[in-house]
Design a protein around this ligand. Structure first.
Ligand SMILES: *[C@@H]1O[C@H](CO)[C@@H](O)[C@H](O)[C@H]1NC(C)=O
Ligand SMILES: *[C@@H]1O[C@H](CO)[C@@H](O)[C@H](O)[C@H]1NC(C)=O
Ligand SMILES: *[C@@H]1O[C@H](CO)[C@@H](O)[C@H](O)[C@H]1NC(C)=O
Ligand SMILES: *[C@@H]1O[C@H](CO)[C@@H](O)[C@H](O)[C@H]1NC(C)=O
Ligand SMILES: *[C@@H]1O[C@H](CO)[C@@H](O)[C@H](O)[C@H]1NC(C)=O
Ligand SMILES: *[C@@H]1O[C@H](CO)[C@@H](O)[C@H](O)[C@H]1NC(C)=O
Ligand SMILES: *[C@@H]1O[C@H](CO)[C@@H](O)[C@H](O)[C@H]1NC(C)=O
Ligand SMILES: *[C@@H]1O[C@H](CO)[C@@H](O)[C@H](O)[C@H]1NC(C)=O
Length: 883
């Protein structure tokens, strides 16, 4: 049986190309406008001693702020010298941001960022009556965890802090209790059940999760005790868990709480912190990413989900997994897929699988009716059904796949009252399918043909959908491949994101006892605790030390197993931008008798090409070894098409880099090491405008042992990436635009009162990330050459002769807004950026009545913020302020 990608696991929104301008919200959607910020302050040692009398570094900054008449409230203080010193503050006047930044002792100020609750890509409650569920053995076997358990390596003595929705520690297989001596030995609830991300958290000391389930599932992947009805076990069942609850029952969380929880985990002595959460970022500089990275650099292992945005294409790395020293974890699919089955009466046949993780909610047996009894019909139900078709409401309808859309067939069936359909495959492959509001599932071709042929022969067939006990597993066609939902990097600054893959698709684990006790979930959220558990095994086996913790990512990466892009022979390996260094092999990482370091070769783009790379191969075994080097390229990802980032799955080509070594073969005595010099040449002949990300692996092989370095580069200059969408692709009008008080495109001068809805909204899309976005107010008759669509040019008057025309020479009347490190927009939930203009400058000063334009500038990646030529720019039509 052929089983295709489980498409239902993908967000479908990305497929909608056009959107309506009337759907654009006339608000500022860019970042928190709540006036909440995180301020980092300088360490005591970095502050001139004359100010020491003023107390702690925090107090000194507060004092300076008060001196400058800046009104603020402190909502949280961070005090972890060496990691992060600062505070979460609310500014009475958001316009004071620039003033805070210019205050002595302040390192940075960033808006508080919101992260969504970690939602599994799919989730299914299961019960012990269900047959054939994938046990955790399948994931343990493919990663070598089973071998470590057999050796008695189970994570004893290692402490793992989980930042999530809390844990149902009352679960009998998660220890049944909380506190010293229990599996879940500690933790904290930073938020309370009712926290939504926008109200005030109500913290307490009890991180119990009995209303969400995500954190309980994560905890089981790390630590579920064996001996349970499903015969599953955690990766590190003897590790100690601390549960840091940072989400309410259903919610988002702000990064000040994430940072607080991470720093608390460090203070509590955690060896490992794991975060199955995140949001699209692309930049390594986000506040939570930076703090996570510093914690990792200090000698903790920090594992963070790579994200579930694979359908949105490349350049979408999720933060805080973008933190440089963290381990960003991608997901691979389990080797089996759990589906449901129905039974038939009237003919003799085994239960027939259908593509749904949950049983169809249909009571009792129902008669089967075939739209066509000819099992070779190609366009079954593509046309309105004949008038003599019976009332189909009491039937289960059998229809063959082909020719028209599933929903067209189902609409024709619904015209006669039919609303439960079994669509039998015609060779397209078994998958989850889009059926709109209808109840319909795909079944295998041979089973459907059998049923149609039996009906043709005059049989009467009844179909029953068992509500319990109907689960079956089929081998997953995608088993072992990178999950299609797993987010693609790299980061905009060309770092490896994700770092490595672990099993995350179709994972069975614990669930709150109030919610069914067990569930099957999919997501990088599930892969991340697998890596945290693996890290505990590594620390338990090699001994806890800063050096071992710092080497973990390299050991995991260099021993991982490379993952193909499909199971078809001859297809290239999956791009490193989605798989990282490959599927984790925990036993090999711990017991490898060869150590290769560094495991990541970052070749950067063509402008900053780092084509000569060095890595060391060390024989840590007891025997002399001869190593042979070999190069295995991965598919080159064509990440962009016509200025727009391609949706996933990102197309791959077999073009590849070439590499030469100083020596192809070398022999090492025990303890000896050799430095390999590898000289790369990027793939040739590719269209640079597709931003081709090339990648691959350099293996050092001795006998049956092989370790590898993983490389990644861009066969283009990233500065050439188009950063602002100037097409009409999404809204049917060339962007950017100004929307007037009723949401229409403004292309003549308009005066606004800035009362109620009477204000302009600037609408644009970031086609690519930008490290700096500025909106400045300029005079209506400004003389300036911009790079993008200038709507309203007829009213554009060059009042002065053009004088060499850089923006630096453009008089700016004042700044309206400035944002750093913006992620690109996508074709899903993050469709556009909007700013609802106010009649004030960024610093709060009122803009006098008059005629103006808005100049939008977006810095190209790697661009110099001081060089106007490094921005893409756009000038608005005339905006009159009459307030
Ligand atoms: C349970 O798992 C163990 C390995 O962890 C395996 O040896 C045993 O056969 C499994 N038992 C059942 C009933 O599947
Ligand atoms: C089909 O049945 C489902 C489940 O009862 C219902 O939600 C849906 O509205 C029905 N659709 C149509 C088109 O009748
Ligand atoms: C690539 O080059 C840019 C520009 O110099 C730099 O900012 C970035 O950190 C580099 N990336 C890597 C992975 O070295
Ligand atoms: C690798 O080869 C060595 C020596 O030939 C042998 O002892 C060992 O079992 C082999 N390991 C594997 C995984 O095949
Ligand atoms: C905007 O107001 C100015 C000043 O009152 C006036 O000169 C101009 O004609 C107005 N423009 C429009 C388009 O109404
Ligand atoms: C600005 O535009 C004018 C008119 O198209 C052109 O002649 C001039 O070269 C441009 N200047 C720059 C710096 O691009
Ligand atoms: C605010 O910014 C405007 C425009 O740059 C400037 O004219 C004004 O002096 C500033 N006000 C303060 C209080 O700094
Ligand atoms: C600005 O223009 C508005 C509308 O014409 C007017 O009501 C207001 O008094 C003007 N403000 C000033 C300071 O002139």
């Amino acid at each position: 049986m052929k089983v295709a990608l489980p498409l239902a696991l993908l967000a479908t929104s990305a497929l909608a190309a056009k959107s309506s301008l009337s759907s654009v919200q006339r608000v500022t959607n860019l970042a928190s406008t709540s006036g909440r910020f995180i301020v980092e302050v300088k360490e005591a040692s970095d502050i001139p001693s004359k100010r020491e009398a003023l107390g702690t570094p925090h107090e000194r900054v507060y004092h300076s702020l008060r001196e400058r008449k800046i009104s603020f409230d402190v909502t949280k203080e961070f005090n972890s010298p060496g990691l992060f010193l600062g505070a979460a503050i609310t500014l009475t006047n958001s316009d004071d941001v620039a003033n805070v930044l210019n205050t002595e002792g302040v390192v940075s100020i960033r808006p508080v960022k919101t992260y969504k609750a970690p939602k599994p890509v799919s989730s299914k409650i299961v019960s012990p009556g269900d047959k054939g569920l994938p046990d955790s053995e399948s994931t343990h076997v493919v990663t070598g965890v089973d071998k470590l358990h057999a050796m008695g390596i189970t994570g004893k003595g290692i402490k793992i802090g989980i930042l999530d929705t809390g844990t149902d520690y009352t679960h009998p297989f998660l220890g049944g209790g909380f506190g010293h001596g229990f599996k879940v030995a500690g933790g904290h609830d930073f938020v309370g059940d009712d926290y939504t991300g926008s109200n005030d958290p109500v913290p307490d000391s009890d991180p119990l999760d009995q209303c969400n389930g995500h954190g309980t599932h994560v905890a089981g992947i790390i630590g579920a005790n064996p001996g349970n009805p499903f015969n599953i076990s955690g990766v590190a069942p003897d590790a100690v868990i601390y549960s840091y609850r940072i989400f309410g029952c259903e919610s988002t969380v702000t990064d000040d709480i994430i940072i607080d929880a991470m720093l608390t985990g460090v203070k509590d002595g955690m060896d490992i912190l794991t975060l199955s959460l995140g949001g699209a970022s692309g930049w390594t500089e986000e506040t939570a990413s930076v703090v996570a990275s510093r914690i990792a650099a200090s000698g903790k292992i920090v594992t963070i989900a790579a994200g579930n945005d694979g359908d949105l294409g490349s350049w979408y790395a999720s933060g805080p997994a973008t933190g440089l020293e963290t381990i960003s974890v991608a997901s691979s699919d389990n080797t089996v897929i759990p589906l449901q089955s129905f039974t038939v009466e009237g003919v003799t046949h085994d239960p027939i699988p259908y593509y749904s993780v949950l049983p169809l909610p249909i009571d009792g047996p129902k008669k089967l009716y075939a739209i066509s009894k000819d099992s070779t019909v190609v366009d079954d139900a593509c046309n309105p059904l004949p008038a003599d078709t019976p009332d189909l409401s009491e039937f289960v309808v059998l229809v063959r796949r082909g020719t028209c859309a599933f929903v067209d067939k189902l609409a024709n069936i619904a015209a006669f009252g039919g609303n439960i359909s079994l669509i039998y495959d015609n060779g397209g492959g078994l998958a989850s399918i889009a059926v709109g509001d209808f109840t319909a599932v795909l079944i295998p071709a041979d089973d459907g043909t059998f049923l149609a042929d039996q009906l043709a022969a005059g049989a009467s067939i009844d179909v029953t959908f068992p509500q319990v006990g109907g689960a079956v597993t089929i081998p997953a066609a995608t088993g072992g491949l990178v999950s299609s939902f797993s987010t693609y990097g790299p980061s905009y600054d060309m770092y490896f994101k994700p770092a490595i893959t672990a099993p995350g698709g179709n994972i069975l684990s614990t669930y709150p006892t109030t919610m069914g006790s067990w569930a099957l979930d999919s997501g990088t959220s599930m892969a991340t605790p697998f890596l945290a558990g693996s890290s505990a095994l590594l620390l338990a086996a090699k001994g806890k030390s800063v050096a071992v913790a710092r080497s973990a990512r390299t050991l995991f990466e260099s021993t991982a197993q490379t993952i193909p892009s499909s199971l078809t022979d001859g297809d290239p390996l999956q791009t490193v931008a989605q798989q990282g260094a490959g599927l984790i092999q925990v036993h090999d990482a711990i017991f490898a008798s060869t150590i290769l370091s560094p495991a990541e070769l970052l070749l950067n783009d063509t402008t900053h090409f780092a084509g000569t790379q060095k890595f060391t191969v060390q024989n840590v075994g007891k025997k002399i070894k001869t190593y042979t080097l070999s190069h295995v390229p991965a598919g080159t990802a064509l990440t962009v098409d016509s200025g727009m980032v391609n949706s996933g799955p990102v197309p791959l080509t077999s073009d590849s880099a070439t590499v030469k070594f100083n020596q192809n073969k070398f022999t090492l005595l025990p303890g000896q090491s050799h430095t390999v010099v590898a000289t790369f040449t990027p793939p040739k002949g590719l269209d640079a405008s597709t931003l081709p990300v090339y990648s691959g692996f350099i293996h050092a092989t001795s006998g049956n042992e092989s370790v590898h370095a993983t490389y990644l580069g861009l066969a283009a200059s990233i500065k050439d990436a188009h950063v602002v969408d100037d097409t009409d692709f999404v809204f049917g009008v060339d962007l950017p635009v100004v929307l007037d008080s009723v949401g229409d495109v403004q292309d003549v001068p308009v005066n606004y009162t800035f009362v109620g809805d009477d204000a302009p909204t600037i609408l644009w899309r970031q086609a690519f990330g930008t490290a700096l976005l500025r909106l400045d107010l300029v005079s209506a008759d400004v003389a300036v050459n911009t790079t993008l669509n200038s709507r309203g040019l007829p009213w554009f008057s060059f009042s002065r002769p053009h004088n060499g025309g850089t923006f630096a020479k453009v008089p700016i009347l004042g700044s309206l807004l400035e944002f750093d490190y913006l992620v690109r927009n996508d074709l899903g939930d993050n469709l556009d950026d909007t700013v609802l203009m106010e009649n004030t400058f960024a610093n709060g000063t009122v803009i006098p009545n008059g005629s103006y334009r808005v100049l939008l500038r977006s810095l190209k990646v790697t661009g110099d913020p001081k060089n106007e030529a490094d921005y893409e720019s756009w000038l608005s039509p005339i905006i009159g302020v009459a307030a």
